[in-house]
Design a protein around this ligand. Structure first.
Ligand code: MRU
Length: 356
């Protein structure tokens, strides 16, 4: 999608380096950063220079490519894959991408391994772009139906950033929005700020602005009253891990939006590529919920008058804090799952029918 009118992807490989957009600097500075080693890749994932389930999967895949360039040795590669998987625990795409890479790489001879790793990482990236595009076309039909009935601007609420910056291109939750916009449907997006890291305000609003899509940042708690006032026609969010029974794990606060949507008869959709489905877990209590540094809560970052990013404390040093990064939205609150294969009910039956 576009930055200053120019098309970008979030990650690419060039001259033995991996290029990423450093998302910790957005929306104030657009910085392209080089990753030279698997250590750099792990750091980029941990510090959220790259974030979003599909993008951290792709970064891990390219992290293994960098590991092979650094040291073409199986035990080094195995250690790199374990360290990459451990770098963020909740999004299943990370493990999915590393497992897919390792399956291709184990047993391959040393001369061929780099070529095979590069091809597999590129396949993961290309496939994600294709899947996100299809998610957009499938979700577009839902927006079109609402637009036909309403004959006025369609108001969509989204949480966190499940946009192109969280994937490679298009995004998941934003892909139907981009497709609808390109078709000329009048849209407006309510963007949840998404404390503590403000991915909504910093990233979703930024990328919608760059594409010329009308949007308004709201506090995380404002969605309920907007729904009561009839100002939200549908919600679309992304997910970090969707279980085979349709339960959805996504950025903390998603569950509360789904509850409010249910109470107000607002359709609540979750958009995801199949790489985000965890077929092995049936019980959401088994999902490791990432607990991040409390400094993300106690401090806020912004830009000062000299264009420099500054961090300030916002509450007493003595106060304790708990920074849970994700929550679970039970399948019964989800109107449908928008996938690359079509839209299905959020249930074992619905998912099985699409992904036989
Ligand atoms: O902590 P983040 O910024 O990585 O969380 C991102 C989300 O929660 C997204 O909604 C999710 O990864 C889906 S991205 C298409």
């Amino acid at each position: 999608m576009k930055v200053n009118g120019k098309n970008f992807k979030t990650i690419w490989f060039e001259n033995d380096k991996v290029k990423i957009i450093d998302q910790t600097k957005l929306p104030h500075h657009f910085v392209i950063k080089d990753l030279f080693s698997v250590k750099d890749s792990i750091k980029a994932i941990k510090t959220m220079e790259v974030r979003g389930a599909p993008l951290i999967g792709a970064t891990a895949a390219y992290g293994l490519v960098l590991a092979i360039i650094e040291n073409n040795d199986l035990s080094f590669l195995k250690k790199a894959s374990d360290d990459l998987i451990a770098s963020r625990p909740t999004a299943i795409n990370l493990k999915w991408a590393v497992d897919r890479m390792m399956k291709k790489l184990i047993g391959v001879n040393n001369q061929d391994i780099l070529k095979i790793a590069l091809k597999e990482a590129k396949d993961i990236v290309d496939e994600d772009i294709e899947f996100c595009k299809k998610i957009g076309l499938n979700g577009l039909k839902i927006i079109e139906e609402i637009a036909e009935k309403k004959e006025d601007t369609v108001n969509i609420l989204t949480h966190c950033n499940a946009g192109w910056l969280a994937t490679i291109d298009w995004g998941t939750a934003t892909s139907p929005i981009y497709h609808a916009h390109q078709k000329g449907i009048k849209l407006h997006v309510w963007v949840d700020e998404t404390r503590p890291r403000n991915q909504g305000a910093n990233l979703t609003s930024y990328e919608l602005n760059e594409e010329g899509i009308s949007n308004t940042v709201i506090t995380d708690n404002a969605g309920g009253i907007l729904m009561q006032r009839g100002q939200v026609d549908m919600c679309i969010v992304g997910t970090d891990r969707t279980l085979s029974n349709g339960d959805v794990c996504n950025k903390v606060g998603t569950y509360l939006k789904a509850l409010a949507a249910k109470d107000n008869n607002v359709p609540f959709y979750v958009a995801l590529p199949s790489s985000t489905i965890d077929w092995n877990i049936n019980d959401h209590k088994k999902i490791p919920i990432e607990e991040r540094n409390s400094e993300e809560l106690s401090h806020v970052e912004g830009i000062d008058e000299n264009n420099e990013i500054k961090k300030v404390r916002i509450y007493p040093q003595k106060s304790k804090s708990l920074n849970l990064a994700f929550d679970i939205t039970p399948a019964k609150l989800v109107s449908g799952l928008i996938t690359e294969k079509g839209v299905c009910e959020a249930s074992k039956k619905g998912l099985k029918e699409l992904f036989k």
